[in-house]
Design a binder for this molecule. Structure first.
Ligand code: HAX
Length: 436
């Protein structure tokens, strides 16, 4: 048994006991009152999920096992002095609740490099069977489902295992799945945007550095950007669409591939992960319509009002939980200031940031007029040379695997049952409100 599994047992099993005790002995404790408004507007604020990997504060933003992003930029192991933290390290933190040592992060890197070697050839056949212009998320998700033929969870389940051990083959499947995603994402990227000229992985590189390398970007700045991108998109509590969908499908004991695929279908929506691509559409269309490379603040104001008048959203702005500028936006802005101060894309992002919140705020109904992670991520990737923005949601998906699949391992450690909320007809709600 590897030392990570031993750590999971050490930390996870006592915690699982507490969860079982709370559910059995304190099951009738009332935790919260729920209003009709909450139910009918997407269950916002309804505490109905147990997730320990990260916590989202409306004012402060995300904390991973208690650590903010700037703290993690200081504390997590890096590939090199002054660089960005390794995604391997945040995975270890989310999984075990403890900061990893350099050797813990290296161990995960090596494990993933090893496990990524044997992607079955039918996975690439499935991708190749799709038209090249099928959206990269369709290709990505098809590959994820195709990989489920390898599911260690399913194999173990069929042998008839004790439910207390479900977490173990789940962990194995999760490690396999995460290890393979950079290869799959890079394969799709090169297939769609670079005439199918593939680049072999470099075994001396870390997980995210290798992704940049296999996509065709070998400079240190882009590799560091990829590490940062993978860290900041990895997790956002349990209730966001990709995390919740993964959890929900996983609660039926579907294997990690099925569960993650469900999450990725949610990530592909324009109000969630696909917003990073929508932002680029919106900015590029604005530039084309106005006829300038860097629209002025006045021009952006006018264009924003026109977009709103057409009944459309301003992508990259607003959030279901956050009520301030997303710290994931801020760390990316800091990266851009340090590494690409003259990028015209970043000038546009800054100009938008200066004018859009005031306009959205003045409408009154929008609960959060501030930028979220997607307002800047695409412009940053574009500035680094990754200009084909249809791949951006796939990159988000590669990163999101770290959080949602760690959550799945914990769901199985806790022994959480199948999820099954109650639905009611309109008559029920009308009656509750006293409406005939
Ligand atoms: N532009 C225009 N209108 C907006 C808006 C925006 N950026 N954000 C919210 N609104 C509108 C809503 O559409 C809603 O309008 P109606 O009452 O007419 O239906 C009203 O303001 C209230 O919405 P809310 O309560 O403030 O926001 P929600 O929790 O319902 O939705 C969203 C949160 C993120 C979906 C929303 O802010 C939005 O559509 N933003 C643009 C898309 C986007 O950037 N999505 C990415 C979010 C982060 C993420 O998940 N990344 O993966």
């Amino acid at each position: 048994m590897d030392h990570i599994k031993r750590k999971i047992i050490e930390v996870g099993l006592p915690t699982a006991k507490i969860v079982r005790k709370l559910a059995k002995k304190h099951g009738d404790v009332v935790t919260q009152e729920v209003t009709m408004g909450q139910v009918l507007t997407g269950m916002k604020g309804v505490v109905s999920l147990l997730t320990c990997t990260s916590k989202l504060d409306p004012e402060e933003g995300i904390r991973f096992r208690g650590y903010s992003l700037p703290e993690l930029q200081e504390l997590l192991p890096k590939m090199h002095e002054g660089g960005e933290p390794l995604p391997e390290a945040i995975f270890y933190l989310m999984l075990t609740g403890e900061l990893p040592s350099e050797s813990d992060a290296k161990y995960i890197s090596e494990q993933w490099a090893l496990r990524a070697r044997d992607i079955p050839s039918h996975v690439f056949d499935v991708i190749n069977a799709l038209p090249k212009d099928a959206h990269p998320m369709i290709q990505f998700n098809s590959a994820i489902l195709a990989m489920s033929t390898e599911s260690k969870f399913r194999k173990a389940y069929l042998t008839g295992m004790n439910k207390k051990d479900y977490w173990d083959p789940t962990y194995e499947g999760v490690m396999d799945l995460i290890s393979r995603l950079p290869r799959i994402a890079a394969y799709i990227y090169r297939r769609v945007f670079h005439d199918g000229k593939q680049i072999e992985p470099d075994s001396s590189l870390d997980w995210a550095g290798n992704l940049a390398h296999m996509m065709g970007y070998d400079d240190e700045m882009t590799k560091d950007l990829m590490r940062l991108y993978m860290v900041i998109h990895s997790d956002h509590e349990g209730g966001n669409v990709s995390a919740h969908a993964t959890h929900l499908v996983g609660s039926a004991l579907s294997n990690p591939y099925y569960s993650f695929s469900a999450g990725m279908n949610g990530l592909a929506g324009p109000l969630h992960g696909m917003a990073n691509q929508e932002v680029m559409h919106w900015i590029n269309k604005m530039k084309r319509d106005i006829g300038v490379e860097v629209p002025s603040k006045e021009q952006i104001k006018e264009y924003t009002k026109q977009t709103l008048a057409k009944g459309q959203v301003i992508p990259g702005y607003g959030h279901a939980v956050l009520r301030k500028t997303d710290p994931r936006f801020t760390v990316q802005l800091d990266f851009a200031k340090k590494h690409m101060p003259d990028s015209p894309y970043m000038e546009v992002v800054s100009n938008i940031y200066d004018v859009v919140p005031e306009i959205l705020g003045s409408i009154g109904k929008i609960k959060n007029p501030w930028p979220n992670v997607d307002a800047i991520s695409g412009s940053l990737l574009t500035s680094a040379g990754i200009k084909d923005f249809n791949i951006y949601t796939v990159l988000f998906g590669v990163s999101r695997s770290l959080g949602v699949l760690t959550q799945l391992i914990w769901d199985r450690l806790y022994g959480l049952p199948i999820e099954r909320p109650k639905s009611q007809s309109l008559d029920y709600f009308k009656e509750k409100a006293g409406i005939k």
